[in-house]
Structure formats: structure tokens, C-alpha cells
Design a protein around this ligand. Structure first.
Ligand SMILES: NC(=O)c1ccc[n+]([C@@H]2O[C@H](COP(=O)([O-])OP(=O)(O)OC[C@H]3O[C@@H](n4cnc5c(N)ncnc54)[C@H](OP(=O)(O)O)[C@@H]3O)[C@@H](O)[C@H]2O)c1
Length: 301
């Protein structure tokens, strides 16, 4: 590992998220402080990005790599200790890079919210990664860091204070800023499209333990927050939270990987507080619209 040129490479640096990340890095670290590079498919877009980043970005090295080109991916991976990938939807473009990282023992992280794709990659490459030593860490964005680490720190605090872990944790989102990026919407549409024609995938998507290793000890029935509900604990109405479908799976996987430290019957669910009657009605309408959209020929194809 020590012979690798870069500490990390941002793959997909020209994506919406890749640009935000690259800009953050050049604004917050002095030249030379971090040893990193930017990679993307078209050289022209990388040059545009460098121009946007200004003087501080001028000396950041760039590499050309297409997500479908194994040779370019290998050339990129062997130069870095870690690949940070923002090229999504991952179910469409992500597999070749995961494979090359596993084969070359390169650490990897991404921003995927696609549980079915993570399950697929675990099945195909987990043993290869264990062999090569590559650490593949999915869902390192808004989904699912606050949920996974939030539960972890809360449970550690509970253990310290009460000498036991909480058997149930609820995450309730009070407010959120910003909207879904183009890549996020593309990923959601891709999942809906795949699920419309694949019953096995639909079963996977509703399984809270889909990312837990085979033979996991969990059977507890988890709460289903897919419609507006009154939450007695908070005395407030709640609506479905869009990231619940990935976050809950990641939290249960973490519990499984820690030998069910939070308990075999650990319950975890997420929802959003609805602010008033009008918002509750909006939630209902949005949910009905989504169900209706899924009936359209686009998704049934
Ligand atoms: N967890 C979170 O908090 C969070 C937040 C936002 C986004 N995301 C996820 O992050 C991913 C990126 O989102 P985004 O909004 O930044 O997407 P985006 O702006 O649509 O960017 C997608 C990028 O993928 C690149 N790409 C597509 N095919 C490629 C290929 N064959 N080889 C190399 N690059 C290729 C595109 O490059 P070209 O310009 O060459 O087409 C583009 O730069 C999505 O999967 C999204 O779901 C997660």
C-alpha cells in the first residue's frame, strides 16, 4: 500500500457531488497537505472543473477513467490507497470498480443508497475483498452516516450510562435542507424500474435484514413507516422518510457485524416529523403519487 502514489482519488469528480467534494478539499486543505487526485471520464470536463476550482485546484493531478473500462480502472486503483466513488447510479455503473478494488486490494467508499446493489456486491466480491484486504465501505453520505454512527454513539452512551444497550431506537427527522441531486433521482428511478419487473428484488427491498450476513440471528418484525402515522412516543404525526430504506439496512448490518451487540431483537426505524395538517396531507399525496407512478408503463417495462 505504501508504494501507492495517492492517498485517495475522487472518481466521478465532475459529478454534482464530486464537484462539491473537490471544491471542499481545495478550499479546506493547503496545496500539498493532502495527496489526492481527481478522476472522471471526459478530459474536457476535468479541465472545466479545474478552471472552476481556480488557483488552488490548478495543481491537482487528474486521471481519465471510464466506469466500464477495466484497464483504466485498474490503472487508477493501483495508484491510490482509497477510491472515493461518486459515479452513480451504482447499480448501473458501480460493479466494475468494486471488482477492481477487491482484486487490487484498494480501499473504496461510495455514496450509494441502493441496498439491492450492495447485497449483490457482497455476494459476488466479499470473499475476494477479504482475501486481498480491500475495505469496501458503502453509503458514506448523508445516507447512511448520521443513522449508522448516530445509533452507534447513542448505544455507546446508553451502555456507559445504564450498562446496557437500548433495545429500540427511533430516528425522527425534524427538518432537512436541500433537495435530491440528479444522481439520487436517477438511482431511485432505476430501483423502481428494476423492482417493477423483478419479484425477488421486491422481496429484497422490503427485507430489513437484506444486508446482514447469511445465518444472521435477527427475526424481530421491524416497524413499517411507509405512510403517515401518529407517533405516541413523540406525540406527533410522522411521514415516511425517503432514506429509511437504506439507512435501516445499514444499521442492522452494523449490528450483525458487531455480533448483534445491540441485541438480537433490536428494533430500529426512521420517519420524518410532519409539521402540520397541511404537510401530513402533502405526505399522503406524495406517497399516493409515487405508488401511482410505479404503475406506469415506464416502470413496468
Ligand atoms: N448519500 C448521499 O448523501 C448522496 C447524495 C447525493 C448523491 N448521492 C449518490 O451519488 C451518486 C452521484 O450523484 P450525483 O447527483 O453527483 O450524480 P451526477 O451529477 O448525475 O453524476 C454522475 C456522474 O457519473 C459519471 N458517469 C456516468 N457514467 C460513467 C462512466 N461510464 N464512467 C465514468 N463516469 C461516469 C458522470 O460522468 P459524465 O459527466 O461523463 O456523464 C457523472 O459525472 C448517485 O448514485 C447518487 O444517488 C448520494
Amino acid at each position: 500500500m505504501s508504494a501507492r502514489t495517492y492517498d485517495f482519488i475522487v472518481f466521478g469528480a465532475t459529478s454534482f457531488v464530486g464537484k462539491i467534494l473537490s471544491n471542499y478539499l481545495v478550499q479546506n486543505y493547503e496545496p500539498g497537505e493532502l495527496n489526492w487526485a481527481m478522476a472522471a471520464r471526459p478530459e474536457s470536463k476535468l479541465n472545466e472543473l479545474k478552471a472552476e476550482l481556480g488557483e488552488k485546484g490548478a495543481n491537482i493531478p487528474t486521471l481519465i477513467a471510464d466506469a466500464a473500462n477495466a484497464e483504466q480502472l485498474t490503472n487508477m486503483c493501483v495508484q491510490a490507497k482509497v477510491i472515493v466513488s461518486t459515479v452513480g447510479p451504482y447499480a448501473l455503473y458501480g460493479e466494475p470498480l468494486v471488482k477492481v478494488c477487491c482484486d487490487t486490494g484498494t480501499d473504496y467508499c461510495d455514496l450509494t443508497g441502493e441496498a439491492q446493489w450492495i447485497a449483490d456486491m457482497l455476494g459476488k466480491y466479499e470473499s475476494v475483498a477479504q482475501e486481498s484486504g480491500a475495505r469496501i465501505v458503502n453509503s458514506c453520505g448523508f445516507d447512511s452516516i448520521p443513522s449508522d454512527l448516530g445509533v452507534f454513539f447513542l448505544q455507546e452512551h446508553a451502555k456507559e450510562k445504564f450498562d446496557e444497550y437500548c433495545f429500540r431506537v427511533k430516528l425522527r427527522v425534524k427538518a432537512m435542507k436541500g433537495g435530491a441531486s440528479g444522481g439520487t433521482i436517477a438511482s431511485m428511478l432505476n430501483i423502481a424500474k428494476q423492482a417493477a419487473k423483478d419479484p425477488e428484488l421486491r422481496r429484497q427491498l422490503v427485507n430489513p435484514y437484506v444486508l446482514c450476513p447469511d445465518g444472521h440471528p435477527f427475526f424481530a418484525r421491524q416497524a413499517n413507516n411507509n405512510k403517515a402515522k401518529f407517533d405516541e412516543d413523540f406525540k406527533r404525526w410522522t411521514a415516511p422518510f425517503v432514506m429509511e430504506a437504506i439507512n435501516t439496512r445499514i444499521v442492522h448490518r452494523s449490528n450483525a457485524l458487531r455480533d448483534a451487540a445491540y441485541g438480537k431483537n433490536f428494533l430500529y426505524d426512521e420517519a420524518m416529523f410532519a409539521k402540520g395538517k397541511a404537510q401530513q396531507r402533502e405526505c399522503h399525496l406524495a406517497w399516493e403519487a409515487l405508488c401511482w407512478l410505479q404503475q406506469l408503463p415506464l416502470f413496468a417495462a
